[in-house]
Design a protein around this ligand. Structure first.
Ligand SMILES: C[C@@H](N)C(=O)N[C@H](C)C(=O)O
Ligand SMILES: [Zn+2]
Length: 211
């Protein structure tokens, strides 16, 4: 079912409720696979259901003890944004970001090969795209090497791909282990994508914007 509003008390801003967590909000800006701001993102925020955020807070706490932080690229994704992805995919002439994001997969296959979904778990508000950063003493961070960047649509981004360097494999394992320990399940095609196992809205796809 499609429903406009996520009940207010259920949707929270990760940057506010998890101190220290970094939100890069990659679909609010133009640093993404389309190369422009995505429909439905009206603020540079990473939103998630309260239940998912509570679990994520445990992940952040574990990482902080080791001088690391979560870096979130996307959380709740309105259906409007997913519709923008679908519209973009239909325009096969627009390959502006191909070299950086999908050099080896034909644009026409991005949905079929599982890199983008026309009905996304993100719209249920308990799915998240994220990585880990090493924090420095100036309040900045450096992303851990994961073998591929976020949203690099390629077999190399499959979580268990053996053809990436050992240190990056170790970093993927760290991310996956700490997320799974706190109730999130990984997605085989994308090392950065996780869904809360016990998600509160397993069948509802929300349409309200990120604001
Ligand atoms: C587009 C990418 N970040 C992603 O989230 N892909 C999955 C398959 C999705 O669209 O749900
Ligand atoms: Zn995702």
């Amino acid at each position: 079912a499609e429903t406009e509003a996520v009940p207010d008390a259920e949707l929270v801003d990760l940057g506010q409720v998890i101190p220290g967590l970094v939100c890069e909000a990659r679909y609010f800006g133009n640093e993404n696979f389309i190369g422009e701001q995505i429909d439905g993102y009206l603020a540079p925020k990473c939103l998630l259901t309260r239940r998912a955020a509570q679990q994520l807070a445990y992940v952040q706490k574990e990482l902080e003890a080791f001088g690391m932080t979560l870096v979130v690229f996307d959380g709740y994704r309105p259906q409007l944004a997913v519709d923008h992805f679908v519209r973009w995919a239909a325009d096969l002439d627009d390959t502006k970001m191909k070299t950086a994001y999908y050099p080896n997969v034909p644009k026409s296959k991005l949905f079929e090969e599982g890199y983008i979904a026309a009905k996304s778990g993100h719209s249920r508000a308990s799915t998240i795209d994220l990585s880990i950063g090493k924090t420095d003493k100036n309040g900045g961070y450096t992303l851990l090497e994961m073998g591929t960047p976020f949203d690099f649509f390629d077999v190399l981004s499959h979580g268990e791909n053996p053809d990436i360097p050992a240190d990056a494999r170790g970093n993927r394992l760290l991310l996956r282990s700490v997320m799974m320990r706190h109730g999130f399940k990984p997605y085989s095609a994308e090392w950065w994508h996780f869904t809360l196992e016990n998600e509160p809205f397993p069948t509802t796809y929300f349409t309200e914007p990120v604001e």
